[in-house]
Design a protein around this ligand. Structure first.
Ligand SMILES: Cc1cc2nc3c(=O)[nH]c(=O)nc-3n(C[C@H](O)[C@H](O)[C@H](O)COP(=O)(O)OP(=O)(O)OC[C@H]3O[C@@H](n4cnc5c(N)ncnc54)[C@H](O)[C@@H]3O)c2cc1C
Length: 380
């Protein structure tokens, strides 16, 4: 089915992203995977190319568009290229909205120009060793000392954790407040007592720096409170819909790409004197995956346009997230199987897609939590 959501300007943007990947990312990607981290130069180059801050108003150096289709194009092309390490989607679609919608004018002037030119790499730190799905368990806390907060605690699994210059930290500011006692504090590189732990050794997304963060008596100025005091939970609930859609967009793109690679492979690979593609079992596998991808694509494209129009709700974003990422996981597994032993070799794109993609059903809210959200909306 021909996709109907894009106009010529989105197609032109897609060409720009492809050229950027070919020039600034793919030649270095293998080295970044060995290093466990991407180069800061790539972030600068992305800023120069206009790929950062797509939704940030132009007066702060951004692209000034609320059209989520541009973000979708970016996510799709990075996924197809197998380059999740340079986490532009995390920066633009997940962290960007917190800064554009919650920051004061003074904060916007301080943070957004660097956000858009690639000199300020960002992260968001919710998860702790003892609190992932259940954010009410967050223990990192900040004490009010008049003109500043004193922040103590630790976070784990933080994407961009090593490179980040600006980290939005979810911290408890009211001890007895439960979910209503959490606030968003912006911690910046160089603040005394802010330290990074290990760059964590993952099974996939090897070029992405995912780290532990430690805060020991970090003096965070009151001017770095983002949004409402004790308002973090509401802010997170508002912004997580876009995060989930963004992950879903990359998931369906990954599944489609895996199917393309595998279709080509089974046409070429021969067994028992004929191409694999002639065997009924293989044909049915491909037919089933193609059908599931096509049905999912239709739903996802509708979610993308709804989100661009401002009408996508949290429940449909959760549906998109769990469904598309579980599809990606199934497709990756079946495509790897159809590659036989070659599918298990790291040099084959299907192997990398299998390990890179495995996290998708976990971060941004697990499949189980997505179903909880949907169930609660239907059953109370
Ligand atoms: C590569 C990577 C990058 C990440 N990036 C970030 C980041 O940038 N920022 C950040 O804050 N976090 C990040 N995370 C953390 C991620 O969001 C959490 O791992 C995720 O939310 C799950 O939390 P958890 O690991 O504590 O698992 P748990 O919450 O302990 O869950 C374990 C299992 O129990 C299930 N479970 C939990 N509660 C329920 C329930 N009520 N009903 C049924 N099942 C349930 C879960 O679905 C899961 O299967 C990242 C993680 C990874 C691995």
């Amino acid at each position: 089915m021909k996709r109907q959501i894009f106009a010529p300007e989105h197609d032109a943007f897609r060409e720009t992203v492809r050229a950027f990947l070919a020039r600034e990312v793919l030649p270095y990607y293998e080295q970044w995977e060995k290093d466990g981290i991407v180069s800061r130069d790539a972030w600068r180059a992305a800023g120069k190319q206009g790929l950062l801050g797509l939704a940030v108003p132009e007066e702060y150096g951004g692209g000034g568009t609320a059209d989520f289709r541009y973000s979708a194009v970016l996510a799709e092309e990075f996924t197809r290229a197998g380059a999740p390490g340079l986490a532009l989607g995390l920066h633009n679609d997940i962290i960007g909205p917190y800064l554009t919608s919650l920051a004061t004018e003074e904060q916007k002037r301080r943070w957004l120009p660097g956000f858009c030119d690639g000199s300020t790499i960002t992260a968001i730190a919710m998860t702790e060793p003892g609190a992932g799905s259940d954010l009410q368990g967050i223990k990192t806390h900040a004490e009010d000392r008049g003109d500043h907060w004193v922040l103590n605690g630790s976070k784990t699994f933080i994407s961009n954790g090593i490179l980040a210059d600006l980290v939005i930290v979810v911290a408890r500011t009211t001890p007895e407040g439960g979910a209503r006692g959490l606030s968003l504090l912006v911690v910046e590189r160089g603040m005394d007592g802010f330290e990074r732990g290990r760059n964590l050794d993952k099974i996939g997304q090897k070029a992405q720096d995912t780290a532990e963060l430690f805060f020991t008596d970090v003096r965070v100025p009151k001017a770095n409170l983002l949004g409402e005091l004790n308002g973090a939970f509401v802010h997170l609930m508002t912004n997580l819909a876009q995060e989930r859609l963004s992950i879903a967009v990359s998931a369906i793109a990954a599944a489609e790409h895996l199917l393309e690679i595998t279709t080509d492979y089974v046409k070429e690979r021969e067994a028992f004197g004929r191409p694999l593609a002639t065997k009924q079992h293989i044909r049915f596998e491909v037919a089933e995956m193609a059908t599931e991808c096509a049905v999912t694509r239709t739903f996802l494209d509708r979610c993308i346009t709804d989100h661009s129009d401002g009408t996508l709700d949290a429940v449909h974003a959760s549906m998109a997230k769990w469904w598309a990422t579980e599809l990606q996981k199934r497709v990756a597994d079946r495509c790897l199987q159809l590659h036989g032993g070659y599918g298990y070799m790291s040099e084959y794109p299907v192997a990398k897609a299998f390990t890179d993609g495995r996290i998708q059903t976990i971060y941004g809210g697990t499949t189980e939590i997505m179903k909880e959200i949907i169930g609660r909306s239907l059953l109370g």
